[in-house]
Write a protein that binds this ligand. Structure first.
Ligand SMILES: Nc1nc2c(c(=O)[nH]1)N[C@H]1C(S)=C(S)[C@@H](COP(=O)(O)O)O[C@H]1N2
Ligand SMILES: [Mo]
Length: 496
């Protein structure tokens, strides 16, 4: 594995066999398993997958050793099949070149050679030890020879692994390029946040989510390292003119800055796969206007550097909303995990149909002809965000003191806005909460309600109504295929 990662590191970080196999696993698992993994591990899902892969590889290596010791080439066959699987995984990834086959093949060849080398020494020790009754110098020396070979192998793997860490050099180079960037000021700045927008109840998620706390969801096992100096965005497909844009071109445009709340379709009721940031970018509608979409086109298939795609309705990208080709997040260049150098941010749609990170192409097309990454995997073709609300405090199951209990949280209906938030206790009548001023229709709102509660157990639920009068859907549904619905419910234990 170290040999494969090492070669991939020198060639291109995107060729890492470990990453390719992990990526293939992510693409192949049924959507239900993906949901399960996200609910179990949250944003540690990738670390969990890597740990799982290392355990599986260790088990296979042990199996290969045991088999090879019993019968020549049986263990080598296990290793060979594993290398083949790695090669297939690499081939199914985007941007395949013959070079991409080299790391898994080298890994397999290195593994077979090492396995034969070690087992031969182990056998020599086996033979020398067989039938030995008194301490035998032959057995001792073959034992020493085996342990030496094992030690050398371990040391070489560790060194290879460390050197393989050089593959991170690419993303480090991109991190350094990012650190040197100074973003221009916005031609159209974000409206100031009204002080009343954040009533300041302790424990409520902050109105603007800091970058380090912003949820991250994507299929990229290793963060794509995209060099802003060579990045280009191509507008292709059903357009009057193909357009190309460099990072420098983009920074020279009159940029728009807006607070926009984005959410993941996998966010369960009450979940935290949602965040609000101040994005800086160029309106996508201006870029599309330059390209001139042809009549009949109704979708834009955006593609990222790692091949992931999203299908966004063309009218959403050309209407008056602030759909942005974003370069900045909360006053910084986009963090690498959030799509550096350029991503899409579209108010009102779930991320899987709109928020392409590391974006490199916008293909103007039709829903009848193309589909984004998640659509053939069982998720809806269209993904408008569903009106929803969440109770942040008190936390479910956390005991509170009798008397005045302050409930507070957030509610969202991006691009429509929130009209009211209501709470009900033990399925009693709905009571209207105090809704804080919003930043804009495209962001979430905070709310709070103080309630007098005597000691006991309470079930508290929240619901929101959007500014068009649309009520939050009360039917309990899972995230698939187009977003979870139902009321967030917390259980509160009030102590005397
Ligand atoms: N390249 C790429 N972009 C992507 C995705 C992805 O898997 N790959 N996932 C999307 C999904 S499902 C969501 S919810 C948002 C999350 O954006 P964030 O990680 O910046 O919060 O990114 C979107 N953009
Ligand atoms: Mo998502």
């Amino acid at each position: 594995m170290a040999a494969g990662e090492l070669l991939a590191g020198f060639a291109s970080p995107t060729l890492s066999p470990l990453t390719a196999v992990g990526g293939a696993v992510i693409d192949a698992v049924p959507p239900g398993v993906k949901d399960w993994a996200i609910s179990l591990f949250g944003t540690a899902d990738k670390a969990a997958l890597l740990v799982g892969m290392v355990l599986v590889i260790a088990a296979l290596a042990a199996l290969a050793g045991v088999l090879e010791r019993r019968r020549r080439f049986t263990g080598a066959a296990v290793v060979g099949i594993f290398g083949l699987a790695g090669a297939v995984a690499v081939l199914t990834r985007s941007q395949v070149t013959p070079m991409a086959l080299m790391p898994p093949l080298l890994a397999a060849v290195a593994a077979v050679v090492l396995l034969r080398f070690l087992v031969r020494r182990l056998r020599a020790w086996d033979d020398a030890a067989a039938g030995e009754t008194t301490p035998d110098p032959m057995a001792a020396s073959s034992r020493r020879s085996f342990l030496q070979a094992l030690g050398i192998t371990a040391a070489a793997s560790a060194a290879g692994g460390v050197l393989g860490g050089i593959w991170r050099g690419a993303s480090m180079a991109v991190s350094e390029a990012r650190a040197r960037i100074t973003l221009p000021g916005p031609a159209s700045p974000a409206a100031p946040i009204p002080p009343a927008a954040e009533p300041g109840v302790a424990g409520v998620s902050p109105l603007v989510t800091p970058n380090r706390d912003f949820y991250r969801i994507d299929t990229a096992l290793s963060v794509p390292a995209v060099n802003p100096g060579t990045w280009v965005l191509k507008v292709t497909g059903m357009v009057a003119r193909d357009v190309q844009l460099s990072y420098a071109d983009l920074l020279a445009k009159p940029l728009t800055e807006r607070h926009i709340t984005i959410a993941c379709v996998s966010n369960g009721v009450g979940g935290d796969l949602i965040g609000n940031a101040r994005w800086l970018g160029w309106p996508v509608r201006e870029l599309l206007a330059q390209a001139g979409p042809q009549p009949g086109a109704d979708m834009v298939l955006s593609r990222s550097a790692d091949g992931w795609t999203a299908g966004t309705p063309l009218d959403v990208l050309t209407d008056t909303r602030d759909a942005l080709l974003a370069v900045g997040m909360n006053g910084e260049p986009l963090p690498l995990e959030h799509g550096f150098p350029v991503r899409l941010v579209v108010p009102g749609l779930y991320g899987y149909v709109s928020a392409t990170k590391w974006v490199t192409e916008l293909k103007v097309t039709r829903f009848a002809d193309d589909a984004g990454y998640w659509t053939p995997r069982g998720w809806s073709e269209r993904g408008p965000v569903k009106t929803s609300s969440r109770i942040d405090v008190p936390r479910s199951g956390r005991p509170v003191n009798a008397g005045t209990v302050v409930f507070a949280g957030v509610a969202w209906a991006q691009h429509t806005g929130i009209q009211t938030v209501e709470l009900r206790i033990n399925r009693g009548p709905w009571r209207e909460a105090e809704l804080a001023a919003g930043i804009s229709l495209d962001t979430w709102y905070q709310w709070k309600l103080a309630v007098d509660l005597s000691p006991g157990q309470y079930e508290v639920q929240v619901r929101a109504t959007d500014l068009k009068g649309g009520p939050q859907d009360e039917t309990t549904r899972p995230p698939a295929p187009d977003g979870a619905t139902g009321f967030h419910t917390v259980r509160v234990d009030v102590k005397s």
